[in-house]
Design a protein around this ligand. Structure first.
Ligand code: PGA
Ligand code: ZN
Length: 426
């Protein structure tokens, strides 16, 4: 039984305020949930409630959300059975009463929902991944790891938000980490040699100086080779275009190069890139409203490229169902705080899997030291995890947690690596 729910303000990886929620059970068991925060957020996401008072923490403080947890939510949940996650989350949804959690704040509901899940696991004496997956989760995910960052996360140094790698040749989870280490540092070495290093982007990847949006591809290929790998065979490229940020309703615009594209031209450009470079996965190649481009691109490339909707779906089952119906993509990015409860996130993953699509469990650009998503990925056999780069503890805690989960699973742990894509490629 839940005896208490309380929240306090902590700070995320960008130093911005966020919530930590603590749930206490009648038997004294305690657990917490720490809430992440995005920067290139989708317009259909559940609302992150911030105070907006310019005199305090630049308007970013979360005291209203805290107060909702400490009063209204605590009152509604005290006495409930903590192991009934769906009932708890349904209660939160009902209490909020809006379609996008804009009254209580999705940051308030998510912190509570995560803390309840963790408290229930602790109460039952099992690991979080076992609890969330009801003992069915054992697939250690393939990592999608950022090597350079751009877009909203790096002062628009380049227009594309993420250049990521997927270690498609890896035979084990450990090998994905070693390969990532090698490519990440090879990229850093070349960047310094060429005087391109401007710093680190928000998710820990390099923040490079490039003059066009094509240069990074050549650079990436060089880094893969310098690290001793075959592009496409051992290490494939994955992109997050975050194209909603580039679209004005009519045209896609590359600010850096001062180029504009019609949706058809942009679709052709994405296709050219996917043909010219060893790209196995592309996220948000089009804006969240440009369904025609999504459908066209998926029809043409969905048999050999993973096409992920992030801003397009915002972990929302109604939007995912519409996307499945209209064949807009073949994969869904899964972010807990886009929807605001653990149960709705699990539902979104199930719906994705039932359609034969692939879920990719993801962190946010503003993260915390909470590794909940590592457990979520294994629990649901999602198969893929995206957590930004291979540096900084708010990222590494997730990669490292998978090593612990793998140890805890022992002989039951599975790693299938890139064979995962057989489900969507023909
Ligand atoms: P965000 O970026 O957390 O800033 O939204 C991550 C992404 O777009 O995948
Ligand atoms: Zn994205």
């Amino acid at each position: 039984k839940i005896a208490n729910v309380s929240a306090f303000q902590i700070f995320d990886s960008r130093g911005f305020p966020t919530l930590e929620v603590e749930v206490t059970l009648a038997n004294g068991v305690k657990a917490s949930g720490l809430v992440p925060s995005g920067a290139s957020t989708g317009q259909f996401e559940a609302l992150e409630l911030r105070d907006g008072d310019p005199k305090r923490l630049r308007g970013k403080s979360v005291f209203k959300a805290l107060s909702h947890v400490n009063h209204e939510i605590a009152k509604a949940l005290i006495g409930m059975d903590v192991t009934r996650q769906e009932a708890i989350d349904a209660r939160l949804v009902e209490l909020d009463g809006t379609t996008n959690k804009s009254r209580l704040g999705a940051n308030a509901t998510l912190g509570v929902s995560m803390a309840c899940a963790r408290a229930a696991a602790r109460h039952q004496g099992v690991e979080l991944y076992e609890y969330l997956g009801q003992g069915q989760g054992n697939l250690i995910p393939l990592n999608e790891i950022q090597i350079f960052g751009g877009g909203a996360h790096a002062g628009w140094a380049i227009d594309i938000q993420d250049f990521l790698m997927i270690a498609v040749g890896a035979k084990s989870y450990e090998e994905t980490l070693e390969m990532t280490f090698n490519v990440y540092h090879a990229a850093g070495d070349i960047m310094r040699e060429q005087n391109r290093a401007a710093g680190l982007a928000d998710e820990g990847g390099w923040w490079p100086v490039f003059n066009s949006n094509e240069e990074p591809f050549e650079f990436f290929l060089e880094a893969i080779k310098r690290a001793g790998y075959r592009p496409g065979k051992d290490v494939a490229i994955s992109l997050d275009i975050a194209a909603s940020d580039l679209f004005d309703g009519e045209h896609y615009r590359f600010k850096k190069e001062g180029k504009t594209f019609t949706p058809t031209e942009f679709c052709e450009l994405m296709e050219t890139w996917c043909t010219r470079y060893p790209i196995i996965s592309i996220e948000d190649p089009f804006a969240d409203t440009d369904f025609a481009s999504w459908a066209r691109f998926t029809e043409r490339l969905g048999h050999r490229v993973q096409i992920i909707g992030d801003d397009l779906f915002t972990t929302n089952i109604n939007r995912i169902a519409e996307g499945i119906d209209k064949k807009l993509a073949n994969a869904v990015l899964i972010k807990l705080n886009q929807i605001g409860t653990v149960s709705e996130t699990l539902q979104a993953i199930r719906l994705t899997q039932q359609a034969g699509w692939l879920p990719v469990v993801s962190a946010r650009s503003g993260e915390t030291e909470d590794a909940f998503i590592s457990h979520l990925a294994v629990a649901t056999n999602a198969g893929q995890l995206k957590v930004g780069s291979f540096a900084r503890s708010e990222r590494m805690v997730k990669w490292n947690e998978n090593l612990r989960i793998q140890r805890s699973l022992g002989d039951k742990a599975r790693f299938i690596g890139a064979r995962l894509y057989e489900r969507i490629f023909s």
